[in-house]
Design a protein around this ligand. Structure first.
Ligand code: SF4
Length: 218
């Protein structure tokens, strides 16, 4: 037992001090492009664009994903009424609507000790009846269409929708297939669009904290 305690002390504090400090990213990290591209469709593969190390890309409107090579119009904060309701406690239900699981793995990573999502008052719940919002991955396959609509309808008002990853934003690599819906907003309204294939956990966290107005002024 003593060995376990000593070991625990040796490990130290693992949680990032984000958002106070921004961690450095590995050289191969592909953040916000520096050449024009539709962030909603971008799969962040080599050759499609030139990329920076800027992880901040979440926006409030689909048209703001149309990146022209300048600044991205990042997501706006909730209004005061919504901040009062969700600011200290936001419960999300995650729906995988036909994703490859890449985006879901990054969402799951937000709960580990490095990112520790719950310190911001954001938690995942098991039922849409207990949720304030949906976090959706995948292009919304035809098989998942009615399940997604029912899940959305089961949430109480007010409710929000967060689309995560190129598939949820535009269909991603499956865009145009007759088996998919080319993204969430073809079926239900979206409040936050988070680009990436998959997005880094800090890209998702940045979008959430922008909505909740919890980012320090820089
Ligand atoms: S956006 Fe990329 S990582 Fe995410 S579900 Fe689609 S293919 Fe997978």
């Amino acid at each position: 037992m003593l060995g376990v305690i000593i070991n625990r002390f040796k490990q130290g504090f693992k949680t990032l001090s984000y958002p106070k400090e921004i961690p450095s990213f590995p050289k191969r990290f592909r953040g916000k492009p520096i050449t024009p591209v539709d962030l909603g469709e971008c799969l962040f593969n080599e050759g499609a664009a030139t990329y920076s190390q800027d992880y901040r890309m979440a926006v409030s409107k689909r048209e703001d994903l149309n990146f022209k090579g300048d600044e991205v119009k990042l997501a706006a904060a909730f209004n005061e009424k919504m901040r009062k309701i969700f600011g200290r406690s936001l419960k999300l239900r995650e729906v995988c609507a036909g994703s490859c699981s890449g985006c879901d793995a990054e969402i799951a990573a937000m709960g580990n000790i490095v990112f520790d999502l719950s310190r911001f008052g954001v938690q995942f719940v098991a039922s849409p009846r207990h949720a304030d919002g949906l976090m959706i991955t995948g292009p919304v396959t035809k098989n998942m269409e009615s399940a997604l609509k029912k899940t959305y309808e089961a949430m109480p008002h007010p409710k929000i929708v967060i689309a995560v990853g190129a598939c949820a934003l535009s269909g991603g690599p499956f865009r145009g297939s007759k088996e998919v819906n080319n993204g969430v907003d073809s079926l239900i309204p979206v409040d936050l669009y988070i680009p990436g294939c998959p997005p880094h956990p800090l890209t998702i966290l940045d979008g959430l904290l922008r909505l909740l107005d919890k980012l320090p002024a820089r």
